[in-house]
Design a protein around this ligand. Structure first.
Ligand SMILES: CC(C)(COP(=O)(O)OP(=O)(O)OC[C@H]1O[C@@H](n2cnc3c(N)ncnc32)[C@H](O)[C@@H]1OP(=O)(O)O)[C@@H](O)C(=O)NCCC(=O)NCCS
Length: 169
């Protein structure tokens, strides 16, 4: 299976919105209750690209089957070298090595942008994603209990962090 990683283009938005909405409806990987329109999803991604952050997609047979991005972690100036990232893969294409291409590409871009650290916020039930991040060098640095409420239960947010090996700061 040939997987291509490239920058996001607006024509990718329906595949991306489909992936996001599946996860909103069927998982705790997103803390949204309601599915998003393509316009809402596009605006969220544009918010990243307009600030110079990357949004990347994985393509198989000309179909977008996964995507990833990062953006500012918090807004105050001192956070400027910290980003929060996300990676999502279409449910029919998970465990085929697509995440293994998307996440290192985001790490590479973050290093190139001279950033200092990447943070992922993962629901504690999403053990697969925590393992996936650990495989790529992230460490679990905090768990904040009962920060989400979805599917009639409290959810815990697990923060995973990678300190980037750059000369910056
Ligand atoms: C998490 C996710 C991005 C991983 O992408 P993927 O394409 O399925 O992952 P890959 O096939 O590249 O595998 C990545 C590695 O993580 C490991 N991994 C993935 N799921 C795992 C699980 N449930 N338990 C243990 N390890 C797991 C794989 O074993 C693999 O390691 P390997 O290369 O040594 O075999 C993807 O499964 C996904 O989108 N899940 C749903 C949405 C989500 O949870 N996104 C993350 C939000 S924080």
């Amino acid at each position: 299976m040939e997987i291509t990683i490239r920058n996001f283009e607006e024509k990718d938005i329906s595949s991306i919105t489909e992936i996001i909405n599946h996860n909103i409806l069927h998982s705790t990987s997103l803390y949204d209750y309601n599915i998003r329109t393509e316009k809402q999803q596009l605006d969220l991604l544009k918010e990243k690209t307009e600030k110079g952050f990357p949004v990347i997609v994985a393509e198989v047979n000309n179909m977008v089957v996964g995507f990833g991005y990062y953006g500012g972690f918090r807004s105050r100036e001192a956070y400027q070298y910290t980003v929060e990232h996300s990676v999502y893969v279409n449910k029919d294409y998970t465990n085929k090595g697509i995440g293994n291409l998307l996440l290192p590409e985001l790490i590479k871009r973050a290093k190139k942008q001279n950033l200092h650290t990447m943070i992922g916020v993962i629901d504690s039930e999403n053990v697969g994603s925590i393992k996936f991040h650990e495989k790529h060098g992230f460490k679990v640095v905090a768990t904040i209990p009962e920060t989400g409420f979805k599917f009639n239960r409290w959810l815990n947010s697990v923060f995973v962090q990678l300190i980037l090996d750059t000369e910056n700061k």
